[in-house]
Design a protein around this ligand. Structure first.
Ligand code: E4P
Ligand code: PEP
Length: 360
């Protein structure tokens, strides 16, 4: 009996992808890269469990759109990282997937050529290649996990993961986080509400079973163990910051009430700087002063920074793009970034060590 088609009515095509195992075999992890990833995760876990007194600084472009400029940035960041590593643990923001408020370029994996051609396989391969370079330089990578399948392709090269403000409430992202191999920072919602992120930390700490794919690309029931290193990322909301002492005390209370460790990363960008990149150093300075005055919960900060300050729209003629300038949110330029990080290190050098000794 024939009947009207009932499914795939709005689907144009299914283009098969190579499996995660195939892509990883084509771009294998070198020993040097593996040491960076494992070392970065271990250092972050130690920071989150108060065994390492340093402040985690997740810093880098809002999004990677040009691997050459990204690599140029990474080399500068690595030199800075070596200079401040007694006080600060630097990880580079390598964001390949962008959640959009409505529409817009969804990042390097989705559309690596930035022309709506959506060569996702190319995006995954080139993304992995880029992550390998960064790990070989010796910089731990921090990313946002947005697509629930992409960690199978790239997760072995990531040291820290964010779940964004738009997805902390999503069960899919909580389940995925429960199986990720990295510490995971859950952001408060775009309206500033903390409860979705706090519930996400709880949910991700438990084992889950859900649908996904395995290394061979086969549809699978994924059974996870739970992630012990979930924490809260404060990014402000509804145009209002939430890094001030009162907001931090409220966030600590919310975590305490849920029986969770009071572990907080402050995102100096987004609503905390009202998307004005020049305000990010002020947010960081404020956090550093809170730490100097005895704060124990701010364990990390995030900064959106690139070679050039500001941002630019994606032009029709990509040849006219400004080198090293963001095509998503506006970033702080390199010189201001380096100055801000050096100042933070000078401020916190002695006191951070004391904070750890007091906690032990
Ligand atoms: O950090 C990036 C952006 O804030 C996020 O992807 C949302 O961007 P949009 O509001 O420009 O879509
Ligand atoms: C999308 C981002 O942030 P948020 O989820 O806080 O908007 C980001 O950090 O790139």
């Amino acid at each position: 009996m024939s009947h009207q088609a009932l499914d795939n009515l709005n689907i144009d095509a299914f283009d098969a992808m190579p499996s995660p195992g195939e892509i990883r075999a084509a771009l294998p992890v070198s020993d040097a890269a593996a040491a960076t990833v494992a070392g970065g995760r271990r250092d972050m876990e130690r920071i989150l469990s108060r065994q390492d007194p340093r402040l985690l600084v997740v810093v880098g472009p809002c999004s990677i759109h040009d691997p050459k400029a990204g690599l140029d940035y990474a080399h500068r960041l690595k030199a800075l990282s070596d200079e401040v590593s007694d006080t600060l643990l630097l990880a580079m923001r390598i964001y390949f997937e962008k959640p959009r408020t409505a529409t817009g370029w969804k990042g390097f994996i989705n559309d690596p050529r930035m022309d709506d051609s959506f060569h996702i396989e190319e995006g995954v391969r080139r993304g992995r290649e880029f992550l390998l370079h960064i790990a070989e330089i010796g910089l731990p990578a921090a990313t946002e996990a947005l697509d629930p399948i992409s960690p199978q392709y790239l997760g072995d090269l990531i040291a820290w993961t964010a779940i964004g403000a738009r997805t902390s409430e999503s069960q899919t992202h909580r389940e995925m986080s429960s199986g990720l191999s990295t510490p995971v920072g859950f952001k408060n919602a775009t309206d500033g509400d903390l409860s979705a992120a706090v519930n996400a930390i709880l949910s991700a700490s438990r084992p889950h079973s859900f649908l996904g794919i395995n290394d061979q690309g086969l549809a699978s029931i994924v059974r996870t163990r739970g992630n012990a290193y979930g924490h809260l990322v404060l990014r402000g909301g509804s145009g209002r910051p939430n890094y001030d002492t009162v907001s931090i005390a409220q966030a600590e209370a919310a975590l305490r009430k849920a029986g969770l460790p009071e572990n907080i990363v402050v995102d100096c960008s987004h609503a905390n700087s009202r998307k004005n990149p020049r305000l990010q150093p002020l947010v960081l300075q404020d956090c550093a002063h809170q730490i100097l005055r005895g704060n124990r919960s701010i364990l990390g900060v995030m900064v959106e920074s690139f070679l050039e300050e500001g941002n630019q729209p994606i032009p029709a003629d990509l040849g006219t793009l400004r080198y090293g300038c963001s095509v998503t949110d506006a970033c702080l330029g390199w010189d201001d970034t380096a100055a801000m990080i050096r100042e933070t290190r000078e401020l916190l050098k002695g006191p951070l060590l004391k904070r750890c000794l007091q906690t032990a």
